[in-house]
Write a protein that binds this ligand. Structure first.
Ligand SMILES: Nc1ncnc2c1ncn2[C@@H]1O[C@H](COP(=O)(O)OP(=O)(O)O)[C@@H](O)[C@H]1O
Ligand SMILES: [Mg+2]
Length: 250
């Protein structure tokens, strides 16, 4: 795959990562342009989550570069990575809300950590954010444990958006959701995209890839095996990716 450093906002170059003897990534390269959404698909255990975690510096590759907005984040220290994480939000698999805090406290947390906003400004932003994600203000007082899975995911995404990130990394945001909640998540992703947010969507949910992504890459045998634009994949399905999507062994 050719690189395109001028226009790319995220560029991963020759990413290698092993855990002990187990080689997971053996030279992953791809790029995402500003405002684009890349769908990243692949079998379970192929290293999709590790790749996303690496893009916010929660894992370090053994070898390779991760260029975000012109800067390689691989050599960065923790202090520099804190700055990167203000720009790049990672919406965790499962939502990752703090169970002992209300929805309000969960959403206020990043703002209290990273900004000097007043409590009334924080309250106003939380109200607006909940509305954006189709959640009622009454949800503020609830604890994550009392929310449905779909609502938890939406609150998790709302929290990831609190810092107005330029990049959002979605790790299986619709896994286990019913069609109604899946649709709400798709709408949220499209809203973020309309604001110019660049994103990577890791998922097994192909209807969501078709609904929100511009292109899709298949992670297989430690590399990006194939990549297509969504239009191309829809109109001329072929190759290993189509076999994978159709559930054939690849
Ligand atoms: N901290 C870790 N220690 C050891 N092995 C790990 C660790 N994190 C991930 N792995 C292994 O790396 C592989 C890829 O994991 P992951 O990125 O979670 O896969 P995916 O998200 O594609 O299902 C798996 O085989 C997993 O067991
Ligand atoms: Mg995963």
């Amino acid at each position: 795959m050719s690189s395109n450093p001028q226009k790319s906002y995220i560029e991963v170059i020759d990413f290698h990562k092993s855990f002990g003897e187990k080689r997971v990534h053996a030279g992953v390269s791809f790029y995402v342009r500003k405002g684009e959404c890349l769908g990243l698909i692949g079998g379970s255990g192929t290293g999709k989550s590790v790749l996303l975690r690496s893009l916010v510096g929660l894992e370090k590759p053994d070898k390779g570069q991760i260029i975000i907005d012109g800067e390689d984040i691989v050599p960065m220290n923790e202090r520099q990575l804190v700055e990167v994480r203000k720009k790049v939000a990672y919406a965790f698999q499962g939502g990752a809300l703090f169970d002992s805090m209300t929805v309000y406290e969960n959403l206020a947390y990043p703002l209290r950590e990273h900004t000097k906003m007043t409590e009334s400004e924080i309250a106003a932003q939380i109200r607006a954010q909940l509305e954006e994600f189709g959640l009622d203000a009454t949800a503020e007082k609830l604890y994550p444990g009392s929310l449905s899975g779909g609502m938890q995911k939406r609150v998790g995404l709302a929290r990831a958006m609190m810092m107005h990130p330029e990049v959002v990394l979605y790790d299986e945001p619709t896994a286990g959701l019913d069609p109604y909640n899946t649709k709400r998540i798709q709408e949220s992703i499209l809203k973020m995209k309309a604001k110019g947010v660049t994103s990577i969507l890791v998922t097994h949910d192909m209807p969501t890839v078709y609904a929100v992504c511009d292109k899709v890459a298949l992670l297989i045998e430690g590399r990006i095996g194939e990549q297509y634009t969504i239009d191309k994949l829809k109109t001329e399905p072929s190759g290993v990716m189509t076999q994978f999507i159709n559930g054939e062994s690849v």
